[in-house]
Design a protein around this ligand. Structure first.
Ligand code: ADP
Ligand code: ZN
Length: 522
C-alpha cells in the first residue's frame, strides 16, 4: 500500500521549502510522526534535523530536542522561526530575557519545538517544567554522545532514559556514528527495555545505472533511448504538461505503448494511467513530476529525464523509482543551457525569501555539478548526501567512458571577457557570435566587430562554444539575469579564473551536434 504522506509532503514544501525528501528521510519522518521509537543513522549533512522538525509539526503538543551544540541549536531555532514555526531554546548562551520569553511561550502552550542543552536535564526545575508541558516527542541529536565508546561522551545524556520514562513519550534519536558498539549502547541507554525501529541504510542503489547527456535534439535522444529498450516499462519525466502529450504521441508513432500523465488531467484519467502502468508490461508513462507518489511498481526498468529535474533531491527520488525489485535498471538525464536558464528563472521569480532563493540556487548548483561531473557520477551523487564511495562505481556513464577534458581556462576567460566588454547585456548566442567572429546584423549594429574579443575564439566550433557556455553556467561562473532577458552576468566564482589565479578543466562534449544541426550558422 502506498504510504499516505500527503501531510508531510505539504509541510516539506510549504514550511521547509524543499521539493523532495532526501534519501531515507521519508521513511524516518513517517515512523517518527506515527509515534514509533526510532534510532536513525544518517551521514553528516544527510538532513537529520528535518527528520524530527517535520514530525514535530505533525504531532500534537511540544517536541523537546536535546542537542549538545549551542550554535547549531540557535541556528535551527532561527531557521524554524523564519519559516513561521514556534521554536525556542534553553541554553547557557541565553540572556535572561531570552529565557523569560521561552518560559512564557511554554506556559502559554505556544511552542512546537523546545531545544535543550543536555546540562539543563540535571536541574529539577527543567524536569518539572517538562512534566507540566504537553510533551509528545523527545528528539535526541548527536545520540552517540550517550555512549562511552565514542569520543563525544556527555554524562548528561544519560539522563535522557529517565526523562523518557517520566514523560512516557516516544524518542527519536539521530547520529552519524554507525559502528555497532555505539549503536548497541545508544539503544541500551536511550531505549531501556524496548526495541526502537532502527534506520541504517546506505543511499546507494547499485543496480541503477546513471547517465547524463547534454541536450541535443531531446525528442530524438529520448526516442533513440526508448527504442533500445522496447517492451520494458519506463518513465519519461518532462518539464511541462504540453511536452508529456507530444512526446507520448511521438513514442506511440514509433510503435511503443505510451501514455501521458500530468496534474492537469482529470483524476479519473490519471488513475487509469496509474492502473495501466501497474498492470501492463512494457508501458511507457510520459509524465510531469505529478507522477510519483502512488507509483510503487517494482519492475520499472528505466527512467529518463527529458528536462533537467528541479534539484538533486528530486533527481534522486525520480530515478529511484527504477529497479525497486533489485534487477538491472537504467537512467538518462538530459540537460542543456535552456534548462539552467529556466530553473534559475523559476527560483528568481518565486516568492521565497532572499535566503531561501540563495539556498535553492545552491541546490541547483549541486545538480548542475552532478551533470557536469568529470569522474564517477555515483561518487558525486552520494558525496552530496554525505556518503563516500570507496572506489569509482563502474556502473555509470563516466566510469564506462571517462570524459575527455581539456584546459578550459583560456576559453572561459575569453567568454567572460566578451560578456564584460559588452556590459553583461547579452546571452550566449550573441557572445558566441562575437567570439567566433560571426558577421551578423546584431554584431554590426552594435559595432561588436570592433571589440578586441571579436573573433578571438575561432579555434572552437559553434557547438564547442555552446558546450563551454553550458558548463560556465553549470559551474555557476555566469548566471542569466531575469531582469535583462537572460543576459549572462558574471558571478564572484568567476573572479579567480578571470584574474588568472585558478585554472578550470572542461569536458569535451561527447555528443556529435553536427548530426542534428539542420542549418549550420554562418
Ligand atoms: P545533518 O544534521 O544530517 O548533518 P542537516 O539536517 O543540517 O544535516 O541538513 C543538511 C543540509 O541539507 C541543510 O542545509 C538542509 O537545509 C539540507 N536539506 C535537508 N533536507 C533536505 C531536503 N529534503 N531537500 C533539500 N535540502 C535538504
Ligand atoms: Zn561510476
Amino acid at each position: 500500500m502506498p504510504r499516505d504522506l500527503s501531510g508531510a509532503d505539504a509541510l516539506l514544501r510549504d514550511v521547509f521549502g524543499y521539493d523532495a525528501f532526501r534519501p531515507g528521510q521519508g521513511e524516518i519522518v513517517d515512523a517518527v510522526a506515527n509515534g514509533a521509537d526510532v534510532l536513525a543513522i544518517m551521514p553528516t549533512g544527510g538532513g537529520k534535523s528535518l527528520c524530527f522538525q517535520l514530525p514535530a509539526l505533525m504531532r500534537p503538543g511540544l517536541t523537546v530536542v536535546i542537542s549538545p551544540l549551542i550554535a547549531l541549536m540557535r541556528d535551527q531555532v532561527r531557521g524554524l522561526r523564519e519559516a513561521g514555526v514556534a521554536a525556542g531554546a534553553l541554553t547557557s548562551g541565553n540572556t535572561p530575557e531570552e529565557n523569560d520569553a521561552v518560559f512564557d511561550a511554554l506556559h502559554a502552550g505556544d511552542l512546537k519545538l523546545l531545544y535543550l542543552a543536555p546540562e539543563r536535564l540535571a536541574s529539577g526545575g527543567t524536569a518539572r517544567l517538562l512534566a507540566q508541558s504537553d510533551v509528545h516527542l523527545i528528539a535526541v541529536d548527536e545520540a552517540h554522545c550517550v555512549s562511552q565508546w565514542g569520543h563525544d561522551f556527555r554524562p548528561d545524556y544519560l539522563r535522557i532514559g529517565a526523562l523518557r520514562r517520566e514523560l512516557d513519550v516516544p524518542v527519536a534519536a539521530f547520529t552519524a556514528t554507525a559502528d555497532e558498539e555505539t549503536r548497541a549502547e545508544i539503544i541500551e541507554r536511550l531505549f531501556p527495555g524496548t526495541a526502537p525501529q532502527v534506520f541504517l541504510r546506505g543511499f546507494d542503489r547499485p543496480n541503477i545505472h546513471l547517465a547524463f547527456a547534454p541536450k541535443d535534439s531531446p525528442r530524438k535522444q529520448i526516442l533513440t533511448y526508448a527504442a533500445a529498450r522496447k517492451g520494458q516499462s519506463g518513465i519519461v519525466y518532462c518539464g511541462t504538461r504540453a511536452k508529456t502529450e507530444t512526446l507520448a504521441q511521438a513514442l506511440r508513432a514509433e510503435g511503443h505503448a505510451a501514455r501521458a500523465y500530468h496534474g492537469g488531467m482529470e483524476a479519473e484519467d490519471r488513475r487509469a494511467v496509474e492502473t495501466a502502468f501497474a498492470q501492463e508490461d512494457g508501458l511507457i508513462v510520459v509524465a510531469t513530476v505529478a507522477f510519483g507518489m502512488g507509483v510503487d511498481k517494482p519492475d520499472i526498468r528505466w527512467v529518463a529525464h527529458a528536462d533537467l529535474p528541479k534539484s538533486i533531491e528530486a533527481y534522486y527520488q525520480e530515478i529511484g523509482r527504477a529497479g525497486r525489485d533489485g534487477g538491472p535498471a537504467e537512467t538518462l538525464t538530459l540537460y542543456g543551457a535552456d534548462d539552467i536558464r529556466l530553473r534559475r528563472a523559476q527560483i528568481d521569480e518565486g516568492l521565497a525569501s532572499a535566503e531561501r532563493r540563495g539556498a535553492d540556487h545552491g541546490r541547483l548548483n549541486a545538480l548542475l555539478g552532478l551533470a557536469e561531473a568529470q569522474s564517477c557520477r555515483r561518487a558525486t551523487l552520494l558525496g552530496y548526501f554525505g556518503e563516500t564511495l570507496e572506489a569509482p562505481c563502474g556502473h555509470c556513464d563516466l566510469c564506462d567512458r571517462p570524459p575527455e577534458t581539456f584546459d578550459g581556462t583560456e576559453a572561459v576567460r575569453k567568454a567572460l571577457s566578451a560578456a564584460l566588454r559588452t556590459g553583461e547585456h547579452f546571452g550566449a548566442g550573441h557572445l558566441i557570435d562575437i567570439l567566433r567572429g560571426n558577421d551578423t546584423d546584431k554584431v554590426r549594429q552594435r559595432r561588436h566587430d570592433q571589440l578586441p574579443t571579436f573573433g578571438v575564439g575561432k579555434d572552437l566550433s559553434q557547438s564547442q562554444w555552446q558546450g563551454v557556455f553550458r558548463q560556465i553556467m553549470g559551474f555557476d561562473l555566469m548566471r542569466p539575469d531575469p531582469e535583462r532577458h537572460g543576459a549572462l552576468v558574471m558571478t564572484d566564482r568567476a573572479l579567480p579564473i578571470l584574474k588568472g589565479q585558478e585554472a578550470i578543466r572542461l569536458r569535451r562534449d561527447v555528443v556529435d551536434r553536427r548530426a542534428v544541426r539542420a542549418q549550420p550558422k554562418a
